[in-house]
Design a protein around this ligand. Sequence first.
Ligand SMILES: *Cc1c(COP(=O)(O)O)cnc(C)c1O
Length: 320
Amino acid sequence: MLVADYADGRWQEASIVPYGNLSLSPATSAIHYGQSIFEGLKAYKFADGTVSTFRPDKNRERFNKSAARLEMPELPEELFVGGIKTLLDLDRDWVPQLEGSSLYIRPFMFATEAALGVHPSDSYKFIVITGPVGAYYNKPLRLKIETHFTRAASGGVGFSKNAGNYALSLHPTRLAQAEGFDQLMWTDANEHKYIEEAGTANLLFRVGDTIITPSSETILHGITRRSIIEIARHWGYQAEERKVSVQELIEGIENGSVTEAFAAGTAATLTPISEIGFDGKVYTLPDPAKREFSNKVLQYLNDLRYGRIHDEFGWNVIVG
Ligand SMILES: *Cc1c(COP(=O)(O)O)cnc(C)c1O
């Protein structure tokens, strides 16, 4: 794992050490006051053994936005992207080659000042750990539209990948799972009328030749979502980032105009949504096997990440 400490107002020399436990004071401020952020990306191995990551500069950008909002220090490019590349170069044998598998990379930072008292910590740890992940089983999702609990409000921290956003989602998600759903579809905090995103993935819909994705300051702006929108536009589809009301979605499913719906994120890439629960009713979407855009874009992203097609957008960052 890669470890770097922030102290005396600057990042100290990073080191790569064997994966192992940390020793921390019980007063470590991240544990009490939650200054803790993370990222998630993957490394893929091409047929010729080349190791590549997907748009890590975008993860650094988002990490630094999360850091700024939580009054934590930003990471320079050579530490975030450079550190990940150095670690991957050493660990290249851990990157699996099997279709669908990859090396998951988890960069994170937390406050380490050993003092109780609500103030920004004077010291932080940045760590990168990795682990091989297998082919993701693409079982279509059953999502429940959440209209009671709130994930993020305007002016809050919904756009950041900070630990608290996931802690608060656990209880509402468990209640939905007890009703037989896989995940929640969060709605806006003010009126619970507009679709936001799923627990750890963004949402996209297809209506005619238009790909629509909810846009708000409170969602996590996913790199997978952004990439799919850019690919859709490149292919000549319309792509709209705008408010999507629950009513528009439900009516669109009922009248058949919503032909595709999927969740997009680094972990699952693209997972079709088969059913949506709202207000005690379950709405069924068209057969995932017949969804033209979703299947085409998933194939394209896989071909790109495993180096099987020309990287026309320049998104692959080769290691070493
Ligand atoms: C990480 C995450 C996503 C997906 O972002 P990617 O950059 O595509 O992996 C979407 N929503 C939430 C809440 C997330 O934590």
